[in-house]
Design a protein. Structure first.
Length: 255
């Protein structure tokens, strides 16, 4: 949960065509831009140095930089997104990562994995199998993590859930915030679980950065709950990016 650096990508106007499981209408470009700006500002305020990459009109989902790569202080790994329209995003972020990291592990020859399916805990890097991350991709990722000296562990993303981290986030070294459908799974043994209140499931994709936790401002009961547990919550608006299935972890790569 301690980060000095982050990469984000400015939204292009094509972002309104981003992928979504249920269509609740397009987000507005101005709305996404405002939410993105506030997010970058919040990262700055949390003490993170943010590199802002230029917009990529050809890839509507490219602001979700978390998905085509995975980064750690010791190196970066290139991934192959399982969403066809997002496959080209890896090549766009690759030169940036090569300029910033001494070690960059190449994209594996086969299999799919997206960073949204990856939750780093003190014990292991958890990789959730999903419609975007298959077994071959997850296994290749475990091998790549091994080269960085990290242990990967393959788990299941609940059915019908976009990414593993759609339903959980790490609040500190001992605590995970999770939806009811994920909490109580055997995945989080050794971690304390805080369950998001029913009806506020998307709040589970929170983001702990240094001393604070970013939480969607549409989820007041989750905010109160975390507040009562002693967390310093920074509420951030996610109503527009939420229409394209995004939460707070997906808009940055952090290390
Ligand atoms: C997608 O479906 O790929 C995007 N519309 C949302 C990606 C969200 N990514 C993430 O949570 N890591």
């Amino acid at each position: 949960c301690e980060f000095n650096s982050a990469i984000v990508r400015k939204p292009g106007s094509s972002v309104v065509q981003g992928l979504r499981a249920d269509d609740r209408g397009n987000p507005t470009y101005e709305g996404v831009l405002a939410e993105h700006d506030a997010y970058v500002e919040a990262l700055h305020s949390a003490g993170v140095e943010v590199t802002v990459l230029p917009a990529l009109e050809a890839y509507p989902d490219a602001i979700f930089v978390e998905d085509p790569a995975l980064v750690f202080p010791e190196g970066a790994l290139l991934l192959r997104p399982g969403a066809e329209t997002r496959a080209g995003e890896t090549a766009e972020v690759e030169p940036v990562l090569r300029s910033m990291f001494a070690t960059v592990i190449d994209r594996p020859a086969q299999g799919f994995a997206e960073g949204g399916d990856v939750l780093t805990t003190p014990d292991a890097v958890m990789i959730g199998l999903s419609a975007r991350t298959d077994r071959a991709g997850a296994e290749a990722l475990v091998a790549g993590l091994d080269r960085l000296g990290r242990r990967g562990r393959i788990v299941e993303t609940p059915k019908g859930v976009l990414h593993f981290k759609t339903d959980c986030s790490l609040l500190d070294e001992e605590t995970v915030l999770a939806t009811h459908r994920l909490a109580g799974s055997s995945f989080f043994t050794g971690l304390r679980e805080i369950v998001v209140p029913e009806g506020e499931e998307p709040a589970a994709n929170a983001l702990r950065v240094n001393g604070v936790v970013f939480v969607g401002s549409d989820y007041p009961r989750t905010i109160d709950l975390l507040d009562a547990r002693g967390y310093k919550v920074v509420p951030l608006k996610t109503s527009e990016i939420g229409k394209i299935d995004a939460g707070l972890s997906c808009m940055s790569l952090r290390w």
